[in-house]
Design a protein around this ligand. Sequence first.
Ligand code: MG
Length: 395
Amino acid sequence: MWIPACSTGSSSEPMPKAVVVQDAALAPYAAHEGQSRGRRNPEPVAAYRGEYQRDRDRIVHSTAFRRLVYKTQVFVNHEGDLYRTRLTHSLEVAQIARTAARALRLNEGLVEAISLAHDLGHTPFGHAGQDALNDCMRDYGGFEHNLQSLRVVDKLEYRYPDFHGLNLTFETREGILKHCSVRNARELGDVGERFLQRRQPGLEAQLANIADAIAYNNHDVDDGLRAGLLDVEQLREEPMFEEQYAAASARYPGLERRRLIYETIRRMINQVVTDLIDATAGRLRELAPASIEDIRACEQPVVAFSETTHQQHQSLKRFLMKNLYKHEKVRKMTDEARAMLQHLFRSYFGRPIEMPEEFTALALGGDDARRARTVADYIAGMTDRYAIAEYRRLA
Ligand code: MG
């Protein structure tokens, strides 16, 4: 069920002039603010900002966003100051997505809002944290970080007097929810619909999703090399790396190692983003969609690499899975993280009073499922260092 469009408040309030101008410059199949499906709670328009720009601003002001700086991407925050965190990862996703959005005449404001919000639901300690919490929540509907990102913006930010959450537009929420089980989709209403009907989200959502993969594939190569868990010779077996490494080495013979790696990664990002824009533009020319609804009706995503780049990108992803994410040293960290989160879950579930007052009240005010969900929300919001401090307190 859709919630009727109401983003522009009452119909007597015109959109800000800047938004009218922006919409006119977009491709017909982009997300136009004038056609937004709106916010769940109607609000008057802002004088100088468009609706997606307001979404982005609310995301940046949120508590969950500030916590991203102390959350693990692959390496725990205290392992070194130069590794990516969820925050710097999200910024990299946003800049990649904005470049492609501008080239394809899509809505840059929307793609930025989705990119900055996409990891808000991540637990401390990256995927290990999510897997641990999912195990703990097995009897209570499970835990999935992507769904949690939506839960953060829909419910868990308590800042505005008139509603819980950030009251974001439908299009930003649609983009945040990248995947979803059929059971959860049924419960979610409007944003869940496309998973039941096997339809696509708008192009901005598709773009933010693929920009996420481009960002982590490349920065994890950099972080993995910096940590000494990957080596260049091994990476040269990956065609995507080898092609750019060879080109950079030929262009700058004798370049010092660190700069050569930066130059290789810079070229890799440029190559995949260029391929993504060209391949997507070609697909759009063929499909000639007249509106965002034509995009939503497609069976396959429209924003995608060419076949060759897709294969190389997937190959690099598999390489990182095997050699970095499953590396003995990373696994040692993830095993510790799993044990810590499981201990935290058991402690709070057994003694909700160990959580802050508002969480205690929520946990004690319902059945076991509600208690478990409250504990999961509390733990998911933690930074790595806060989870470690709580683990020591409760151990
Ligand atoms: Mg991400």
